[in-house]
Design a protein around this ligand. Structure first.
Ligand code: KG4
Ligand code: ZN
Length: 340
């Protein structure tokens, strides 16, 4: 008989709950986005996010349990994101998860949001090969890792300044296009052309990324040009981002030849990135691991999968864990691997 876990995610501006079976079936996944709330500010306002989580969390959890047809007392565990993220937002999810777990008498599992994104590849494929070259591209992170085994990571490189999602969001805000910038710029890019020759920062340098200079180049161009084609700006910006990401992925695939290429995080919802990654994976004979588009951005289903993996490896956590706004992945030393 299957066992079930309730997962809760509130690290940023999505209030999410999901019920996941121990063989990773998504029985329900409910995501309440606060996009409309933050749109007028062009980015997430932490205080507003926390308040909205407080209002939404109970109905969202009830909806997830109701859609799954599972009662809390029959669950095997509750999993919750404990970081990284906004401290107030994290606290709402954690307080809810701890109270529910205590009331139902079930174990609680704290989950690293980044491990949730990396586990999101299991939402599309249950049989996931290792080692993987794994690109995590979101609003908060831009990181190229290798997952050499489940839960064992080697850092190849990360951004030295902005994350890629942040660059999308800031440029969209500067252009007055709305929030979040990723889907808006992606859509516009389809109507324009890569004709503006924006820089491809650090494209030749190892595995690190930089997006702040590219952002400045776009802003400077728009400031100088009295009339510009916004679709060409979007297409040129997106092309510069994609060229940089793909150059790093190509380098890693050449160096390590991993049998799988994982693309995760909110920017993995980009159809442009999905197409480019598929072409690269095909070229290198690597299996492309990518979550379904709707589960690339923040959700609780991915937290449930990472929760099951952690629970299976080490059981529940001491419920006194606190929020960890700057939580990172634990990396094995470069060049060799140890279990996390
Ligand atoms: O993973 P996520 O939902 O939240 C964080 O963990 O940060 O990622 C959100 C980011 C935002 O910056 C958003 O603009 C970007 O993902 N994003 C996209 C797309 N959908 C969301 N970027 C490019 N293309 C998209 N279709
Ligand atoms: Zn995320």
């Amino acid at each position: 008989m299957n066992r079930y876990l309730l997962a809760i995610e509130t690290s940023c501006d999505e209030t999410a709950a999901a019920v996941i079976s121990d063989d990773y079936e998504v029985r329900s996944s409910v995501v309440a986005s606060q996009i409309d709330l933050h749109a007028e500010y062009g980015g997430v306002v932490p205080e507003l996010a926390s308040r909205a989580h407080v209002e939404l969390i109970t109905p969202i959890v009830n909806q997830a349990l109701g859609e799954a047809g599972i009662s809390g007392r029959t669950l095997s565990a509750v999993a919750v994101t404990s970081g990284p993220g906004l401290v107030g937002a994290l606290l709402v999810g954690m307080a809810t998860a701890k109270s529910l777990a205590f009331g139902w008498g079930v174990p609680i599992v704290s989950v690293n949001h980044l491990e949730g994104h990396l586990a999101s590849v299991f939402l599309a494929n249950r049989a996931v090969p290792f080692p993987q070259t794994a690109l995590l591209v979101s609003g908060g992170h831009c990181m190229l890792t290798r997952a050499t085994a489940l839960g064992t990571y080697q850092l190849l490189g990360e951004t030295v300044d902005d994350s890629i999602g942040e660059a999308y969001d800031k440029i969209a805000r500067y252009l007055g296009l709305g929030y979040p910038g990723g889907p808006i710029l992606d859509r516009l890019a389809g109507a324009g052309e890569d004709v503006l020759n924006f820089p491809r920062p650090m494209i030749q340098d190892g595995y690190e990324f930089s997006f702040s200079g590219l952002k400045t180049a776009v802003v400077n161009y728009v400031r100088k040009e009295p009339v510009f084609d916004v679709a060409d700006v979007a297409a040129s910006f997106v092309a510069a981002c994609m060229d940089v990401l793909c150059a790093k992925l190509r380098r890693a695939l050449e160096e390590f030849g991993d049998p799988a290429l994982a693309i995760v995080g909110g920017v993995a919802a980009s159809p442009i990135l999905r197409d480019r990654a598929r072409a690269l994976a095909d070229e290198f004979g690597s299996q492309l691991l990518i979550p379904p588009q709707s589960l690339a951005t923040d959700n609780a289903a991915m937290i449930g999968i990472a929760g099951w993996q952690k629970f299976a490896a080490g059981g529940g956590d001491d419920p006194r864990f606190g929020p960890q706004p700057d939580l990172r992945l634990t990396f094995a030393a470069p060049g060799h691997v140890r279990p996390v």
